[in-house]
Design a protein around this ligand. Structure first.
Ligand SMILES: Nc1ncnc2c1ncn2[C@@H]1O[C@H](COP(=O)(O)OP(=O)(O)OP(=O)(O)O)[C@@H](O)[C@H]1O
Ligand SMILES: [Mg+2]
Length: 229
C-alpha cells in the first residue's frame, strides 16, 4: 500500500431537517483514505454509514466541513463539476443496488464505464459476470433477478468503470456467505492490482476484519479506528 492520501474529510457535518428540528447524521467527521487502501465502516443501523458514503461521493452536500479528493476540494466545485468528477473518479455500490429498470443486465453493467467514457469490451462484461456468477442473466431485466443477483450486477457495474475510489454500501448485504466471500476477493484484487481504494460499509464482522482498517461510527461520530497495517 502506498502512503499517499486519496481522500480526506475535515469536520464533515451533515444535518437533515426533520420538521421544526434537525437530525445530525454526521458530526465533525475527519477521516482519510490512502490510495490502494481497503477500509471498512462499521456501526449500527442509523449510525451514519450511508450518509458518510454519500457525502464523500458528492451525492449530498454537507452542512459544513469539507472533502478533499486528490488535493481538490469539493467545495470549490459547482454541481455540474461535481457530477463530472464523480463519474470519472468515484464508483458506487448502493445499498439498494440502483440498477436502471429499463436496461438489461449487460447494459446496466456497461453503464457507469460508458458514462465516464471508458471503453470496455463485451468480453470484460462476460468475464466479471462469470466471476460473480450472473453470466446467465445478462439479457434479463433487473426486475427478473433476485436481490442478491441485482447486487452482484451493481458490483460489476461499479468495478468495470475502474474508479479511484469505490464506495460500497453493504455490498454483501443480500448475499449468502459463499457469494459474499467472492465479492470480498474481487474487491481485494481491485485494491491490490489496480490500486483502487475502497470504503465499504458493512454489518459483517468477518468481512470487516479482512480489510486494512476498520472505522467505527456511532451517532454520526467516528469513535474508533483499528488499523491492520
Ligand atoms: N434524507 C434523509 N432525511 C432525514 N433523515 C435522514 C435522511 N437520510 C438519513 N437520515 C437519518 O440519518 C441517520 C443516519 O442514516 P444512515 O442512512 O446514514 O444510517 P446507516 O448507518 O447507513 O444505517 P443502515 O445500517 O440501516 O443502512 C438516521 O437517523 C437516518 O434516519
Ligand atoms: Mg445504510
Amino acid at each position: 500500500m502506498s502512503n499517499d492520501i486519496l481522500v480526506r474529510t475535515r469536520a464533515l457535518t451533515v444535518d437533515f431537517s426533520c420538521g421544526m428540528t434537525f437530525l445530525r447524521a454526521l458530526d465533525n467527521v475527519d477521516i482519510t483514505i490512502q490510495r490502494g487502501e481497503f477500509v471498512s465502516l462499521v456501526g449500527v443501523s442509523g449510525s451514519g454509514k450511508t450518509t458518510l458514503l454519500n457525502a464523500i461521493g458528492g451525492l449530498i452536500v454537507p452542512t459544513s466541513g469539507s472533502i478533499i479528493f486528490n488535493s481538490i476540494c469539493f467545495d470549490s466545485m459547482n454541481e455540474e463539476e461535481r457530477t463530472i468528477f464523480r463519474r470519472n473518479h468515484i464508483g458506487f455500490i448502493f445499498q439498494n443496488y440502483n440498477l436502471i429498470p429499463s436496461l438489461n443486465i449487460f447494459q446496466n453493467i456497461c453503464f457507469s464505464a460508458q458514462l465516464s467514457q471508458k471503453s470496455i469490451t463485451a468480453q470484460q462484461v462476460e468475464k466479471i459476470a462469470q466471476q460473480l456468477g450472473i453470466e446467465d442473466k445478462l439479457t434479463q431485466m433487473p426486475a427478473e433477478l433476485s436481490g442478491g443477483q441485482q447486487q452482484r450486477a451493481a458490483i460489476a457495474r461499479a468495478m468495470l468503470a475502474s474508479p479511484s475510489l469505490l464506495l460500497a454500501d453493504e455490498p454483501t448485504g443480500s448475499l449468502d456467505s459463499v457469494n459474499g466471500r467472492s465479492i470480498m476477493q474481487l474487491l481485494r484484487t481491485a485494491v491490490s492490482e489496480n490500486n483502487m481504494s475502497v470504503l465499504m460499509a458493512t454489518h459483517n464482522e468477518e468481512f470487516a476484519l479482512q480489510t486494512d482498517r476498520i472505522i467505527h461510527i456511532e451517532d454520526g461520530k467516528i469513535i474508533a479506528e483499528e488499523s491492520k497495517k
